[in-house]
Design a binder for this molecule. Sequence first.
Ligand SMILES: [Zn+2]
Length: 342
Amino acid sequence: MGHRIWIMAMLFAVLCPNAAGQSEAERLRIVATTTQAADLMRILSADIHGLSLTALMGPGVDPHLYQPTEADIAAMNAAQMVVYSGLRLEGQFDTVFSALAEQGITIYALGALVKDAGFIIGGFDLSETLVNVDDPHFWFDPLNWQLSAEGLAGALAALDPANAAAYLANAAAYIEELQRLYEWADAGLRSIAEGQRYLVTSHDAFQYFGGVFSWRLQAIQGLSTEDEAGVGDIQDTVDFVIENDIPVLFVESSVPPDTIEAVIAAARAQGRDVRIGIRELFGDAMGEPDAFGGTYIGMLAQNALTIMQSYQCMGVAVEIGAWPPGLNPEPPEEIWNADCDA
Ligand SMILES: [Zn+2]
């Protein structure tokens, strides 16, 4: 008898929150794959009632390698829309996405409008031959991210017409913030002399960042982390660092640091004063949700600050402009003030 009551209680506990809350709390279920996609969804759906958001990938997760779990697949199956980055960033999701699309679930790629507008950069594979692939890291250009905000707001408005005006207003306000972020980062990053603007990283995530802010790039690995870096890739990067007299190299938060450390060790063995950036750069994943780098604006600002401050610490002239008044989140003291000995 006791056993039976226990089971009834379990059933009650499991069923009741859904039965009571489904119509309002979960009118619209949306799943976002990457940390950037989840951040944009949160911003555009602010103050919309009855919308639930499930974010699949956490901070520091590499989206090229991430395999959807059973819980992820269940969440996507139960959703009306899945928002993803696209251009094959989520390399392990192809079959899941086609199955979901067949069921009539909206699969929305944030890269779609950027690609339609012609702002997608082609990529090189590891053998340095131009291959016909789209570089998926389009969000590192904040002007591209404005297009993603516009496109996603349109998709949400179509899915949920009753709240269309709110999605579009949220997007318009956010696009203005992204413009102010872009102008601040652009002025600072361009204050470094043109011949000294080199961004050396573990994998090729920063072509768009380099493109929009006029920095030259070198990466040990290609566009995806799916292929392993070889000895030749490391030697090429050592040569590049020595030839161009580059004082600082950067580790990405979503990629292990060992290849960058190998390059630094080899360059130092040849008598060069090379060091690692004062902080990791956010590559394909943003920071912890409550940290400054846990939002797109904070992530991009922290990357820009980390690059500018790391060069400043090596004696390079940099002018970091005042933070745009009212732009949130504001960099905390420990990010705004560089610790060159970190
Ligand atoms: Zn990547």
